[in-house]
Design a binder for this molecule. Structure first.
Ligand code: ADP
Ligand code: COI
Length: 408
């Protein structure tokens, strides 16, 4: 049998060659450490530095720590301290991701897209782990350039994972795909928020400390994404429902807007798609409006999005929070395929956030939004009023609330 089967190393060499072709780095060549341009040597499977980092505990910090360490009396020493924290923390978090990829069934890890993401993490780990300790602003600047380039290199990770698991999910033991993706997406959100926070400390934006808007106006944020999604919907179908906002419309509080930049367009896209799809013969003005209700209190805030798009049918309801489950026509995950579905690439149009790449109707919108909401100490719930419409409740903890419910 031995002569017929490929060894792990041979499989990895083949994979490496295809992955290498697809991996394009944004790291400036002068900052690229040549030692990290390695192929599938034995370090691919046996790397003491990686194992050592993966055994370390992650140090998750509260948003209030981010807030208070976002300024210093000399106006710059906090930037150095922040880079030093990232320098310690990022390799540990990346090593945890790599360790998780290595727990996947071997056949899943051989999928080209999964191998590509695995490789990205291995490569980022090596680049950041080998980066010299940051002792001055020159080092800090170089470090920030590398981190910024890596953020860019990783921008399509969610789409690539969605593609990879599309075929290989059948090899995942029951429930383990959801657990893996929830863990990966939550951890990735944390990593990206920390990296973006550090980079944003270099900017001097009024009302902001790093990426934290110290006075975020909830209504304006919701309105911005409602308008954005409406424009896409109008462009695509020539009509779109109105969005009406009520409740605590003047609420302002400190918040990190990035996750909302992902979640809100996904939710509006679903509500608009359902509304247009189920009122296809109606003109724009007569389409039933989407109603958004905002509620703010000391502990958390809630955004309820209510549409009249006929709700989610009983048969679909148990699956809509599953990764890959979609009733969009462009792409069907499995045998639950249904007819119709003229709403093709509208699902792919809402992809502005930095935490994401294009989502071509992969059925990732709801489960990813729910994972992000949970990471932020909140929840995402959907109530279907079959035959009438859907209410989606996005509940998120305040970052300066009485109890520390979020750690990034
Ligand atoms: P996608 O938009 O790519 O299909 P999502 O995870 O956002 O993926 O949604 C999964 C499925 O849940 C949708 O395909 C749709 O069938 C259903 N769904 C989500 N939101 C609504 C809604 N507001 N009204 C009706 N169905 C919805
Ligand atoms: C990610 O986007 O998943 C990352 O880990 C980015 C990080 C390497 C800066």
């Amino acid at each position: 049998m031995k002569g017929l089967s490929l060894t792990r190393l041979e499989v990895s060499a083949t994979l490496w060659n295809s992955v290498k072709r697809r991996m394009v780095s944004n790291i400036p060549p002068e900052l690229f450490d040549k030692r990290t341009k390695y192929g599938p040597k034995s370090t691919w499977f046996n790397d003491p530095a990686l194992d050592e980092a993966a055994a370390k505990q992650q140090v998750r910090i509260s948003p209030s720590t981010l807030l208070y360490s976002g300024k210093s009396s000399d106006g710059k020493s906090h930037i150095l301290t922040s880079a030093q924290y990232l320098h310690r923390e990022l390799p540990v978090r990346l090593a945890h991701r790599v360790a998780d990829f290595r727990q996947l069934p071997f056949v899943v890890g051989c999928d080209e897209s999964i191998a590509e993401v695995h490789e990205l993490y291995v490569r980022a780990f090596h680049i950041l782990n080998k980066f010299s300790p940051i002792e001055n602003f020159d080092g800090e600047q170089k470090y920030s350039k590398v981190v910024s380039a890596l953020l860019d290199d990783f921008r399509n990770v969610v789409t690539t994972l969605a593609e990879g698991f599309k075929d290989s999910r059948k090899y995942m033991p029951n429930g383990s795909l959801k657990e893996f993706l929830d863990r990966t997406l939550k951890s990735r959100l944390g990593i990206r928020l920390l990296a973006e926070q550090h980079l944003a400390l270099h900017e001097d934006r009024p009302n902001f400390i790093g990426i934290i808007n110290i006075n975020m106006n909830l209504r304006k944020t919701v309105e911005r994404w409602a308008e954005f999604t409406r424009d896409l919907c109008l462009n695509k179908y020539g009509k779109a429902p109105q969005v009406k906002i009520s409740g605590h419309v003047s609420a302002t509080f400190p918040y990190i807007v990035q996750p909302l930049d992902y979640i809100l367009p996904e939710l509006f896209k679903n509500a608009m798609r359902a509304t247009v799809e189920h009122h296809w013969n109606e003109e724009g003005e007569t389409l039933p409006s989407i109603h958004v209700t905002l509620a703010n209190n000391d502990i958390d805030f809630v955004v309820r999005i209510s549409d009249r798009g006929c709700g989610v049918e009983h048969q679909h309801l148990p699956h809509i929070m599953d990764y890959h489950y979609t009733t969009a026509s462009l792409f069907y995950s499995d045998s639950r395929k249904e007819d119709g579905g003229y709403m093709d690439d509208f699902v792919s149009l809402t992809n502005p956030g930095a935490t994401r790449g294009p989502m071509h109707g992969y059925g990732f919108g709801l489960p990813t939004s729910r994972a992000y909401a949970e990471f932020l100490g909140g929840s995402l719930k959907l109530e279907s009023l079959q035959g009438v419409g859907t209410d989606v409740y996005l509940r998120l903890s305040h970052i300066d609330g009485p109890k520390e419910s979020i750690r990034i």
